[in-house]
Write a protein that binds this ligand. Structure first.
Ligand code: NAD
Ligand code: DAU
Length: 340
């Protein structure tokens, strides 16, 4: 069995590649990644020499390159993680989100169709459903109502995937997961940003009133869900993934400070994200009942393990934040935190 995993050098992709390389020694796994700012081969150091693993650098939106790779490798399965993934960046520069998330998905779908792959799995997000009020959950039937350029590009990609199933009979699945956390999470996102700022005694920028809610899932539980859908998902179906773990942002930030023994005076409420979705909450009944998925990690132990991982892997994140990340931080937070 030959698998193409795109975006396998990013946060979730690298956790998934490790999970699959170790679980299926007789599968051949090809990781295609452009190595943008978010891609990092350090994430895969421990498995890079495994005989069932190969890395290829390239752009999923480069149609000729993608067709050539499919012709050469004859993939059975394609799992598309590759994306521009950060909402705040999509607000300042939407174009690259359309390019990678929509054009890239289209190029992969065309190649999957030309070379008869057995399954194309699109890794999507709960953000395509928009926002919830104080009650209710996203189900697979919730209409798409994306609110950010990021989620709009992911919703556009989801509709293309659906269309390739309906129109051309391509065997596809779409997974829509809630917020992930765990090792190798890039420090532009809430949890790693707050851990690292706290460790460096820097202010923790909380958007708006801090009461927006996200539904957090440990990354390995997401990987396990994708493995199940890949092997057992019914063609053409969407599966929501989420662990019923809703938390306000301020609760997350205070939990991190408490574990690190840092003062709450580091918290700074800053200007809100434009179009900030208030609440996400996933109903994963379909995945649980149809495919028997059960998350293994609870949040209290998962967040502790995650914080410990950042404490024990300083070199990994110090390398990241010493580079172009400095410019990014200044452009996103300079005004909000009043720092040069
Ligand atoms: P990430 O930003 O950490 O990683 C994205 C990876 O894609 C990087 O390695 C990057 O180099 C690669 N990439 C970007 N553009 C590329 C291109 N044109 N060609 C090839 N590779 C390219 O993202 P993540 O948080 O790991 O998210 C992975 C996927 O999961 C995304 O599709 C995202 O929408 C989805 N998702 C993420 C979350 C979450 O909480 N992080 C939740 C649900 C769904
Ligand atoms: O729900 C799944 C989505 O989760 C994925 O599709 C996205 O790829 C992923 O980035 C994530 O999106 P969010 O916007 O929810 O994640 P982020 O970590 O950027 O923000 C989480 C919450 O924390 C959100 O309400 C905004 C808030 N926040 C974020 C940052 C970076 C802050 O208050 N301060 C910050 O500095």
């Amino acid at each position: 069995m030959k698998l193409l995993v795109t975006g396998g050098a990013g946060f979730i992709g690298s956790n998934f590649v490790r999970y699959m390389v170790n679980k299926y020694p007789d599968y051949n796994i090809v990781n295609l990644d452009l190595l943008t700012y978010a891609g990092n081969l350090e994430n895969l150091k421990d498995i890079e020499n495994k005989p069932n693993y190969k890395f290829v650098r390239g752009d999923i939106a480069d149609r000729d390159f993608v067709q050539g790779l499919f012709q050469e490798e004859k993939f059975d399965f394609v799992i598309n993680f590759a994306a521009e993934s950060h909402v705040d960046r999509s607000i300042t520069d939407p174009g690259i989100f359309v390019q990678t998330n929509i054009q890239g998905t289209l190029a992969l779908l065309d190649a999957a169709k030309s070379f008869d792959v057995k399954k194309y799995l699109q890794v999507s997000t709960d953000e395509v459903y928009g926002t919830l009020g104080e009650t209710g959950y996203f189900t697979e039937e919730t209409p798409l109502a994306a609110n950010s350029p990021y989620s709009a590009s992911k919703a556009g990609a989801d509709l293309l995937v659906r269309a390739y199933h309906e129109t051309f009979g391509l065997p596809v699945n779409i997974t829509r997961c809630s917020n992930n956390y765990g090792p190798y999470h890039f420090p532009e996102k809430l949890i790693p940003l707050m851990i690292i700022n706290a460790l460096n005694d820097k202010e923790l920028p909380v958007y708006g009133d801090g009461l927006n809610i996200r539904d957090w899932l440990y990354v390995e539980d997401h990987c396990q869900a994708i493995d199940l859908v890949l092997h057992k998902g019914r063609d053409g179906e969407v599966y929501n993934v989420g662990g019923n773990n809703e938390r306000t942002n301020i609760d997350i930030v205070k939990t991190i400070l408490k574990q690190l023994g840092k003062p709450e005076s580091l918290i700074k409420y800053v200007k809100d994200r434009p179009g900030h979705d208030r609440r996400y909450a996933i109903d994963a009944t379909k995945l649980r009942t149809e495919l028997g998925w059960q998350p293994k990690h609870n949040f209290d132990t998962g967040i502790k393990e995650t914080i410990d991982w950042y404490l024990n892997n300083r070199e990994w994140w110090e390398n990241i934040i010493s580079g172009e990340y400095q410019e990014y931080f200044k452009s996103q937070y300079g005004d909000r935190l009043g720092v040069e």
